[in-house]
Design a protein around this ligand. Structure first.
Ligand SMILES: [Zn+2]
Length: 294
């Protein structure tokens, strides 16, 4: 089962549905960031949520899902786009509450915080909207975000399924929304099915993406897109040098005088970039020229 993002419509009821499956991505991210079980569980949910949000963006758009909280995990960040590219990090990777994982996830989030979504439709203009964490449950608080920010009724659930000792065996998210003029009763029915546990039940039964969507959104689903989801990062040596430039001429001079090279680690993919002494000298020279000109 590879990670996929499936989008489509149920024309008879005017509903649209997005289903994402991100188990491989979540297990890969767990290894990459060295996540303990509770951090890994929350990050898996956040990756599913980010993939759903990414699927709603227009071509070339991006979306960031950010959770800030006072619990031990501190915060979660996911960056996603409509082509199924995901990356992110949790603030504190080493959080583990033994026992029930849903309860552990709630404890890791703590008592208060907020969930915010930053959208860049592609034109360099950003839109942010946020809600306070109330349920301290990612799916429930994301439902509240949709209700507050999108002003369109939504049915949504996230699920992380353990199997054969693998806590992240299946990780998925499903979102159902009405198109303009869509059937409100059909949406309400989808919402009731999700509230009744339809998503984890379908996953446990080994359902395919389209079977999961049919089980929640009803028969007659037309698939419009089916794309691969993967953990991908756009970092590069150029971006590492840009990050060093942000220190300013004095900051770069200080690095040159002390460490003589800068090591930049990407927080998304843990790639290490070394900015060498000649490169630092070149960056300092250009920053000084700019300062003199400015
Ligand atoms: Zn990276």
């Amino acid at each position: 089962m590879t990670d996929r993002l499936c989008r489509g419509l149920v024309p008879s009821t005017g509903l649209r549905a997005v289903f994402v499956r991100v188990g491989d991505t979540a297990r890969m991210a767990r290894m990459l960031h060295g996540l303990y079980p509770t951090s890994a569980h929350l990050f898996a949910e956040a990756l599913a949520a980010g993939a759903l949000l990414g699927a709603l963006q227009k071509e070339k758009g991006r979306v960031n899902l950010q959770v800030e909280c006072d619990g031990p995990i501190g915060g979660i960040f996911v960056d996603a786009d409509p082509d199924g590219q995901l990356r992110g990090y949790v603030r504190r990777p080493a959080v583990h509450f033994p026992g029930d994982q849903a309860r552990g996830a709630r404890a890791a989030l703590g008592g208060s915080g907020f969930l915010s979504v930053l959208r860049d439709p592609g034109g360099g203009q950003y839109y942010r909207s946020a809600v306070q964490l109330e349920a301290l449950d990612l799916a429930a608080d994301l439902r509240r975000w949709f209700a507050a920010s999108e002003q369109v009724a939504s049915a949504l659930d996230l699920a992380v399924l353990a199997r054969d000792g693998e806590p992240l065996a299946d990780v998925a998210g499903l979102l159902v929304q009405p198109l303009p003029g869509g059937d409100a009763a059909a949406l309400e029915a989808a919402r009731a099915r999700l509230a009744g546990g339809a998503l984890p039940r379908a996953l446990a039964a080994g359902a395919s993406a389209q079977e999961v969507i049919r089980a929640v959104a009803g028969d007659g689903f037309d698939l419009l897109a089916n794309v691969e989801v993967a953990y991908r990062c756009g970092c590069s040596p150029e971006r590492a040098r840009a990050a060093v430039s942000a220190l300013g001429a004095d900051g770069v001079a200080e690095v040159l005088a002390n460490e003589r090279e800068a090591v930049v680690t990407c927080e998304f993919c843990r790639s290490r970039f070394v900015v060498t002494e000649p490169e630092l000298a070149d960056i300092r020279r250009r920053l000084e020229e700019r300062d003199r000109a400015g």
